[in-house]
Ligand binder design. Sequence first.
Ligand code: NDP
Length: 273
Amino acid sequence: MTSRYVVFGNPIAHSMSPEIHAYFAKICNQDISYERVLVPEGQFASLASDLFAKGLCGCNITVPCKLDAYAFADTLTDYAKAAGAANTLKRLADGKILGDNTDGRGLIADLERLGCQIKGKRILVVGAGGAARGILLPILEQNPELLAIVNRNELKAFELAKEHPQIKVVLYSCLKSQYDVIINATSASLMGKLPPLTDGVIANANFVYDLMYKQDGKTAFVEKARSLGVKESHDGLGMLLGQAALSFELWTQVRPNLHQAYVEFSKRCGRNA
Ligand code: NDP
């Protein structure tokens, strides 16, 4: 019997999730359907209740419904709790709804695919919004030598760090060129802008990752790092696939191969994988 899944959000027409999950289902030999659901303001809970009552097995949740999904879940994973948001729900055998957040582990899976080790490295996370919050616990689990965060609104960075005492908050004006890996978790690239890091801080890194993804992979941050000679500079397409693969695994107990998916979706985006 076909298992039904959806992605909730607003806007939702642009979401690649149906394409990604259809591909996973094909390569993992699973019988699923997966559709987009547009959520009018304030209607997440009623839409989700209705669809779960009609047999929905699980869903993904994107902007702006991740907090609503977190509140909707009956039980939460540690990753959802640490992120304060859910991007995945699953109906359990007893009918209860489990909320998870696979974004951060999706990033780690992609860093592994790219051969970027976090253990023992000095990591800088730029930004302190929802995405930054979701990646901190999975990064800490990799045992970096140092995890620092920097944000324009400094109070938000201090708020995040309160939950993880190992994290160091730094100010843009005091940043030193000492990070091996820089992860851009700001939304600046969405506007083609850059967070105010000096060239020296970026150029010192040997690996740069922008959570934002773009069809051609060339976000403002990725391009800036390349222009400064950073050896490895990547956008967030692989993270998008990684978080989707973890949701798929939560639902079906089968994990799609991320390398294979990246090659396929790079092609579909017109990139050379
Ligand atoms: P939020 O709106 O929650 O946070 C935005 C963050 O960006 C804030 O820290 C904000 O700083 C900072 N910011 C925005 N513009 C600038 C700028 N010009 N200079 C410096 N800082 C800036 O967004 P999210 O955390 O939800 O998303 C962040 C990014 O992550 C987006 O690009 C999103 O597409 C991407 N993402 C990718 C995923 C993937 O699977 N690849 C998954 C989830 C997110 P301040 O607080 O000072 O305003």
